[in-house]
Design a protein around this ligand. Structure first.
Ligand code: NI
Length: 227
C-alpha cells in the first residue's frame, strides 16, 4: 500500500531548504550511497552526507517527518533515519532497484531495518520534465510526482525507479523507517482500522462501540509490535 501524505513540509520550509542547498556546491555523485547492484543504474547527485549542510538539512526535516500523524499511523516507526537529499537532472535517473534492507544509523550507532521507504518532493512538478517515481507492487505500477513538501510512503520491499529527468532539476529527500510492525499487510490493516476509527469519531463523536474498536486496535498493536 502506498500513502500520499500532503504538506509534510510547508512551502516556506521547502524554500529555505532549497536556498540552503544553493549556497555552496555540496552535491556529490549519488553512487556512493547505492548497493552493488544499484550503482550501475544510478545517475544522480546527493548532498555530501559528511558535510555541515547535510547535518543542518537532515535535522530540519527529520522532526517534521516525526510530527506527521499520518506517517505515524501508516509506518508505526521504531526508528526513522535522517533523510538523504538527491537531485536528478541532465537525464539523471535511477533504474529499477530495491533499497538496501539494512542501513547504518551513524548518529545513534545502530543498524536499522528498512521496512518503509519515503520520498519527500522538494521541487514542484512544473520545475522538471520526467523524473516520475515508479513503484511496483502486487497491483501493478504506480507513477508518483507530487507537489513540493508532499511525501509518498510505501513498503521498502517494493521495486521502484526514477525515470530520466529530461529538463530542469528534480530535488527530493528520501529516507527509511524501521517499523514496530515488520509485516506490510499487518501494518496496512492497522492503518485502515486507525483511520476508520478516527473518521467514525469525527462523524459520530465518542461512543461505546468506538471505544471497543479502539481497544481492538491497541490489542492488535500489542500483539504485533516488536520493540
Ligand atoms: Ni530506492
Amino acid at each position: 500500500m502506498l500513502l500520499h501524505v500532503p504538506h509534510v513540509l510547508s512551502k516556506q520550509h521547502v524554500q529555505s531548504i532549497r536556498q540552503a542547498m544553493n549556497q555552496d556546491n555540496q552535491w556529490v555523485s549519488g553512487k556512493s550511497s547505492a548497493g552493488a547492484q544499484a550503482q550501475n543504474i544510478k545517475k544522480n547527485l546527493q548532498i555530501n552526507s559528511n558535510s555541515q549542510l547535510y547535518q543542518q538539512l537532515s535535522q530540519q526535516v527529520l522532526p517534521q517527518i516525526k510530527e506527521s500523524l499520518f506517517i505515524q499511523s501508516f509506518a508505526l516507526p521504531k526508528e526513522i533515519l535522517p533523510p538523504l537529499f538527491n537531485c536528478y537532472q541532465d537525464t539523471g535517473h535511477y533504474g529499477n532497484h530495491v533499497d538496501n534492507a539494512i542501513h547504518y544509523y551513524h548518529e545513534k550507532n545502530i543498524t536499522v531495518r528498512t521496512d518503509v521507504s519515503m520520498t519527500i518532493f522538494l521541487s514542484e512538478p512544473d520545475e522538471y520534465e520526467g523524473g516520475e517515481l515508479i513503484i511496483e507492487d502486487t497491483y501493478g505500477e504506480h507513477e508518483v510526482k507530487l507537489d513540493a513538501g508532499d511525501a509518498i510512503v510505501y513498503p521498502a520491499t517494493s521495486l521502484h525507479r526514477v525515470e530520466p529527468v529530461t529538463s530542469g532539476s528534480r530535488i527530493a529527500a528520501c529516507t527509511w523507517v524501521q517499523s514496530m510492525v515488520k509485516d506490510d499487510w499487518q501494518r496496512s490493516m492497522l492503518f485502515n482500522l486507525d483511520q476508520t476509527i478516527m473518521q467514525l469519531r469525527q462523524n459520530l463523536g465518542d461512543s461505546k462501540e468506538i471505544l471497543q474498536l479502539t481497544n481492538h486496535y491497541h490489542n492488535l498493536l500489542r500483539q504485533w509490535a516488536v520493540l
